[in-house]
Every structure is written in C-alpha cells, then in structure tokens.
Design a protein around this ligand. Structure first.
Ligand code: PGA
Length: 251
C-alpha cells in the first residue's frame, strides 16, 4: 500500500507565512510512487496552501471538521466548506483536541461519518496517555477508541479511512515510541479493523505519530505494519520534513 507522510502544522504558519513555506518545501520533496505526502495547515491557511499546491501531488489536509453541513454552530467548519477548498484528508480526534477541547469518542465518530459523507478522507487519531501506558491499559484504551470512532461506519467506506496511532506521551516530547512497540500497537489496531470491516480492514493505513524526526523516520518505516507517519513539530522545518518524506524502509 502507498504510505502516507502527513505534516500536522497545528496552530503554526498563518496565511501570510504559508505560501513562502510551501514554495521552499515543494522542490525539496521526493517524487516517489510508493508514498503520498500531505500537509495540514490551520483552517485560515488552507486557501493559501491550495493556491501554491495547485494540482500537484502534495495533498491538502485539515486539522478538524464539524459533523453538520451547515447551521447555527458558531465557530465550526463543515465538511462541505473543506471540500470546497480542495481538502482531501481531515484529522479527527487529535489528542490535543481530546485534551484541551473535551472532544469525546462520540464526537469523533460523528465527525468521521460526516466527513465520509462529504467525500473527505478521515485520519482518526488514537493513543493512550502516560498513566495508561504505565498501568498496562494502553491496548484496551486504544482498542476502545478505534471501535467507537468507527461505530456504524459502512464497510464500503473503509478504503477512505486512515488511523494514526499517537501515544500522547510521545507527542511533542522528543520521546518517540520504540518502533517495535509501535508495531505491536499497530498489530492490535489492525486486528480491530479486520473485525470491524473484514478484508477491507486490511487496506486501511495505520500511521504512527509522536516525535517523528529525520533521525528516527527510517526506523519507523522499516518496522512491520507502519503505513506512514503523522509529523508535528518536524513538519515545520522544510529541510527536515523533506528528509522525512524521503524515508528509506529497510526490511
Ligand atoms: P509531534 O506531533 O511530531 O510534534 O510529536 C505529532 C502530532 O501531534 O501529530
């Protein structure tokens, strides 16, 4: 399957900074058929990003979406609004939203279903906190997040889904998971996906996120079952993100 390298800019790179950053980044990126590259700017930077990306190979992602197409929902952005801007992927349920904005599994599920209905491709973020890991509850927590996120999602839509396994303690800390430990969690997520979607569950990309860098990317992409990465901090440095996108997988 084609791997996905997705840069999550979080609340960085305003509209006025986006074009210059992407003009610097694009010529550095590899063009290799075995991988797809995408960037997720803040909402207000999406039009500027779209203008520079044009019809090129780098896909546009959003960092969140609401579950209604329109209405009295002050401050929210609908799937249709994203689609109009040429957005392909949308992050849903990032741990920062779960933590700081109270996003629940139920909200994640609503967003996933609404995004699919509008033709967007959800990238659902799951992952355990440090205490859960320490007490051995990581597998059950991640399993529950996956099941709830995809409740009532039709099998026919499975090919448009992706998951990013992001242990919360690894995000923005410089303390990435060990690739073999991440691979174990990916295995667990894969078996849940098969249970939910049958054979179609085998084709859903499972990314890893959490302190991915130019130094550790090759190890992650060489671990079994990792179908890509969600890159936060390191995606804001054009040279480093280009190196990450140019990963080598050794089997
Ligand atoms: P990080 O963030 O690469 O800065 O750890 C990853 C993420 O939050 O998606």
């Amino acid at each position: 399957m084609q791997r996905l390298v997705l840069g999550n800019w979080k609340m960085h790179l305003a509209a006025g900074e986006t074009a210059a950053f992407l003009r610097d980044l694009l010529p550095r990126l590899p063009r290799r058929a075995d991988r797809e590259i995408a960037v997720a700017p803040p909402f207000t930077s999406l039009p500027a990003a779209r203008a520079v990306l044009g019809d090129g190979p780098v896909a546009l992602a959003a960092q969140d979406v609401f579950w209604e197409d329109g209405g009295a929902y002050t401050g929210e952005i609908s799937p249709l609004m994203l689609q109009e801007l040429g957005v392909t992927y949308v992050l849903i349920g990032h741990s920062e939203r779960r933590l700081h904005l109270g996003e629940t599994d139920l909200m994640v599920n609503r967003k996933v279903r609404a995004a699919l209905q509008s033709g967007l491709r959800p990238v659902v973020c799951v992952g355990e906190q440090e205490e859960a890991r320490a007490s051995g509850r990581a597998p059950s927590i991640v399993r529950a997040q996956v099941l709830r996120a995809f409740d009532e999602v039709p099998r026919a839509d499975a090919d448009r889904l992706a998951i990013s396994y992001e242990p919360v303690w690894a995000i923005g800390t410089g303390r990435a998971a060990d690739p073999p430990a991440a691979a174990e969690m990916h295995d667990l997520v894969r078996s849940e996906l098969r249970r939910l979607f049958g054979e179609a569950g085998a084709a859903i990309r499972i990314l890893y996120g959490g302190s991915v860098s130019a130094r550790n990317i090759d190890a992650f992409m060489s671990a079994p079952g990792l179908d890509g990465v969600l890159v936060g901090g390191a995606s804001l440095d054009a040279q480093e993100f280009a190196r990450i996108a140019d990963f080598e997988a050794h089997s």
